[in-house]
Design a protein around this ligand. Structure first.
Ligand code: COA
Length: 213
């Protein structure tokens, strides 16, 4: 491995990466969960074929990660069926919802630079079967490594994993204001649509099974 090269590793291979999920993504409910709850979830997700957690490393530093799940899998249910995690999860979700409602008003769809979200483009495929689409739940690049296309490498690897799992479509939500994310997804070939107060990124992952026709 050359110095400065990005390597992608499976985040579930090393239990220490449970804390990467918590530490590095500060504006999501996971960040508000105690470490031991995140560890419990990590163990539950680790063996599921429909949960994806990839880490980008450069010169032994963790520089970013992507975490996703197939749309039908609902790994968040793992929070609800875990009696220890449940109360923490509910508190974290309520806190996060309230904070984001206060923090950012919903922007109207009119005047968006992006075409309106088109169900015929994304949603229909999603309805074809639970294992045919997967959401990017989090993608994060350490501030020290931003602007070097780490996100592009992560999204390409994520696409490879989905393809290998027989999933045809990638989906993600992006805040209108998140210019860096809009750029990163666009450069990785994802299409961006305006979807009410948020943006929806969609990407066809070519499975060779002609899902889109
Ligand atoms: C969005 C994010 C994952 C992009 O990762 P990245 O590896 O830096 O992506 P790229 O290198 O492709 O850069 C994307 C854009 O970031 C911006 N950027 C470039 N250098 C930057 C820097 N040093 N610091 C911050 N943003 C920078 C530019 O707008 C760039 O677009 P450009 O290539 O057209 O100039 C990263 O900014 C991040 O982790 N943000 C916080 C978490 C987040 O918002 N996740 C997405 C939720 S949908």
């Amino acid at each position: 491995m050359m110095r400065g090269e990005i390597a992608i590793v499976d985040g579930f291979a090393d239990p220490r990466h449970a804390q990467t999920l918590k530490r590095d993504y500060a504006d999501r409910p996971l960040a508000h969960l105690p470490g031991f709850v995140v560890k419990r979830l990590f163990r539950r997700w680790r063996d599921r074929p429909d949960v994806f957690f990839l880490i980008a490393q450069m010169d032994d530093d963790t520089c970013g990660f992507v975490f996703g799940q197939s749309v039908g899998a609902k790994p968040w249910r793992q929070l609800l069926i875990d009696p220890v995690a449940l109360p923490f999860a509910v508190a974290a979700l309520v806190f996060e919802r309230t904070r984001s409602r206060i923090g950012q008003g919903v922007r109207p769809e009119t005047g968006s630079a992006f075409p309106p979200y088109d169900k015929a483009e994304c949603q229909v495929r999603r309805e074809w079967g639970p294992r045919e689409a997967a959401n990017v739940e989090f993608i994060f690049v350490d501030p020290a490594f931003r602007g070097r296309n780490v996100a592009g490498v992560l999204l390409a690897a994520f696409g490879d994993r989905l393809r290998a799992a027989g999933i045809g479509t990638g989906l993600a939500y992006i805040a209108h204001s998140n210019q860096a994310s809009i750029r990163a997804f666009s450069k990785a070939g994802w299409s961006i649509y305006a979807d009410g107060g948020t943006l929806r990124a969609c990407h066809r992952i070519d499975t060779g099974t002609n899902l889109w026709n």
